[in-house]
Design a binder for this molecule. Structure first.
Ligand code: 2AM
Length: 482
């Protein structure tokens, strides 16, 4: 090959191959490299055949095949593989070249790599890529973070390969250093919540005696045009429930042990680190942990007898209530996710445009939905929106359907069906909307046993110790931090 290629990609697993084909579909020539050359050969003889896709066995040759400034996407396993690959490429790069990490890297690793590479004059973009294999092939949602200058260099290509929502590309500059991977992490956390509330719904409908095919019809109904839950995950839930192999409904044969790869856990850890209540996402992570502890669950299931209610509603009623309940729980979960982003922006000095973040999730990614279009509108209408739930559109939605969520949680509690995410969403609404909450008792008890002091509503800003337990128990000489 005489001519230099437009872009390079390292890591030819399924995501990598699909992104290369996507770039190629849009007229870009691509150089490819993989640790194991065998995979490169297979790709060149297979999917890449007849296209302007060029493979290399040596990293040096791969890098020198690229037009300058060089742009190299990494789609290798998150963790040390990213560091190893960067170190392998680095000796062949020149100042002004760009490395784009498209994997699910931990944002703090991205921040570190960004700083190290900036010091060497190499641009580093940590780019969240969502949408799985199909997204990579036909249009993912892309969340790039780094410097705006570096993003400008890849913007023309990324806007072409990204998914489109009403012709708008699902990619936008997110923010500095690890902001793109952070946003992808929160996206994945939200995905955990979305999946868990669907799973909880399935358990309730099953307990109500719905067959898989009946349930599929319920989810198809929720996914009808203009319905609030219309989304990719609700759509595929209907398909999963309908799916048969050799006449058998396969959902009935799937072991109830959930897996996870860590992005949900990171989101929950971040929420704890930043003191943000992201209860729905966190409970979704815990639900997966509990599900994975099958041996103990099997034993415990034989040890405890439960007194449970039978269904209190008709099937028609529960379908309707569940739809409202899911909608409110989703609003809460996204409210919490965006509060986490807001507080992360403060903690890590990022400037986020929440309307743009919601906009690029409308298509291409796993949480894509019409609901995200409403979120986009809400943030665009009010840039200073404190929380999603307070946007007039969502405030009304919560108001209209809160009773549905309350009834569904009540019902699941009475019937002994675990509803960690739905019930947490309800507790959040009740806690968030109360003018006087549990803090009073917490502070009084902390002051009583540890002299942590309380702020009296009659003396705002002043902290005093009260000798709640009498002189024999006076602990006021003990000093703790509040
Ligand atoms: P491989 O085909 O040689 O295993 C997803 O696993 C992708 O990451 C694959 O392309 C894989 O290459 C690559 N990968 C995994 N670990 C790696 C490492 N330590 N260095 C480079 N590439 C790696």
């Amino acid at each position: 090959m005489d001519k230099k290629t437009d872009i390079g990609l390292v890591g030819l697993a399924v995501m990598g191959q699909n992104l290369v084909l996507n770039l190629s579909d849009h007229g870009f020539s691509v150089s490819v490299f993989n640790r194991t050359f065998e995979k490169t050969k297979e790709f060149l003889d297979g999917g890449a055949k007849g296209r302007a896709i060029f493979g290399f066995e040596k990293m040096k040759d791969f890098v020198s095949s690229l037009s300058k400034p060089r742009k190299i996407i990494l789609l290798v396993k998150a963790g040390s593989a990213v560091t190893d690959t960067i170190n392998e490429i680095l000796p062949f790069l020149e100042k002004g070249d760009v490395i784009i990490d498209g994997g699910n890297s931990y944002f703090k690793d991205t921040q570190k790599r960004f700083n190290e590479l900036e010091g060497k004059g190499i641009h580093f973009i940590g780019m969240g890529v969502s949408g799985g294999e199909e997204g990579a092939r036909f249009g993912p949602s892309l969340m790039p973070g780094g410097t705006p200058e570096a993003y400008k260099m890849i913007e023309p290509m990324m806007t072409k390969v990204a998914a489109k929502f009403n012709n708008e590309p699902c990619v936008t500059y997110i923010g500095h250093d690890g902001a793109g991977h952070y946003t992808k992490m929160v996206h994945n956390g939200i995905e955990y919540g979305d999946i868990e509330i669907i799973a909880e719904s399935y358990e309730l409908l099953k307990a109500y005696g719905f067959s898989n095919q009946d349930m599929a019809a319920v989810f198809e109904g929720y996914n009808a045009p203009k319905k609030p839950l219309k989304s990719f995950l609700i759509e595929i839930m209907g398909k999963v429930l309908r799916f048969k192999e050799n006449g058998k409904e396969m959902i009935d044969f799937v072991n109830d042990v959930a897996g996870q790869k860590g992005t949900g856990k990171w989101t929950a850890q971040e929420a704890l680190d930043l003191s943000v209540d992201a209860g729905v996402i966190t409970q979704a992570v815990f639900a997966r942990c509990l599900s994975a502890n099958k041996a103990e669950r099997m034993k415990a299931s034989t040890l405890f007898k439960k007194v449970l209610d039978k269904p209190h509603h008709s099937k028609e009623e529960i379908i309707k209530k569940l739809e409202g309940a899911l909608y409110v729980a989703k609003i809460v979960s996204y409210t919490q996710g965006f509060i986490l982003l807001r507080d992360a922006a403060k903690a890590y000095s990022w400037i986020f445009d929440y309307g743009k973040i919601a906009a690029i999730w409308r298509q291409g990614c796993i949480i894509r939905s019409d609901f995200l279009d409403e979120i986009t509108k809400a943030f665009n209408q009010s840039k200073s929106l404190e929380s999603l739930m307070m946007a007039p559109f969502f405030q009304k939605a919560v108001q209209d359907h809160l009773k549905d969520l309350r009834d569904v949680v009540k019902e699941m509690t009475a019937m002994g069906i675990p509803a960690p995410c739905l019930s947490t969403a309800l507790a959040f609404v009740d806690g968030y909307t109360t003018p006087k909450g549990v803090g009073t008792v917490i502070q009084a008890l902390r002051d009583a046993f540890g002299s942590h002091q309380v702020e009296l509503t009659s003396k705002p800003g002043e902290y005093v110790h009260i000798n709640w337990l009498g002189s024999a128990f006076d602990v006021s000489s003990t000093h703790y931090n509040r």
